[in-house]
Design a protein around this ligand. Structure first.
Ligand code: AMP
Ligand code: ZN
Length: 134
């Protein structure tokens, strides 16, 4: 994708603060971090979202996420982390090249990623199960 900024970053056409690189991925620091060490895993091949990402790369991205949160935890001493991956504008995706957010968490950091829990009623539960269960 010639006009995709994450294609350009992942493939080194645009410089980035790179934490890790291999033949298929680049891991960079997010320019608008939610917390200290917020990183993004970018595949080098363009896929707009997880649905477009080949299964093999999806599996590798998760293994890479494990490796990188280990490095971030060791290096920065975070107390936990969130792995976030947005798909679609309504879900908060702003760059339409698949990426995983690795967000280190520190006690009392005030980073807000939560939601207000609703309630799962019986009727709705049955309806969802009938429509979605695989
Ligand atoms: P999302 O909202 O899930 O699509 O996340 C996009 C993320 O990319 C945001 O956290 C941005 O701060 C980050 N971002 C956008 N442009 C750049 C860039 N050029 N370099 C690093 N991070 C970026
Ligand atoms: Zn791209």
């Amino acid at each position: 994708m010639s006009d995709c900024i994450f294609c350009k970053i992942a493939n080194g056409e645009i410089p980035s603060a790179t934490l890790y690189e291999d033949a298929e991925f680049r891991v960079i620091l997010d320019l608008g971090p939610a917390s200290r060490g917020h990183a993004l895993i970018l595949p080098k091949a363009h896929a707009a979202n997880i649905c477009e990402l080949p299964d093999e790369l999806a599996a590798k991205a998760m293994v890479l996420a494990k490796k990188m949160v280990g490095r971030i935890t060791e290096g920065l001493g975070c107390d936990g982390f969130n792995i976030v991956q947005n798909n679609g504008e309504v879900a908060g995706q702003t760059v339409f090249h698949f990426h995983m957010h690795l967000i280190p968490r520190y006690k009392g950091d005030g980073v807000g990623l939560g939601w207000t829990p609703g309630e799962l009623g019986d009727k709705e539960k049955e309806e969802i199960l009938s429509k979605v269960k695989a």
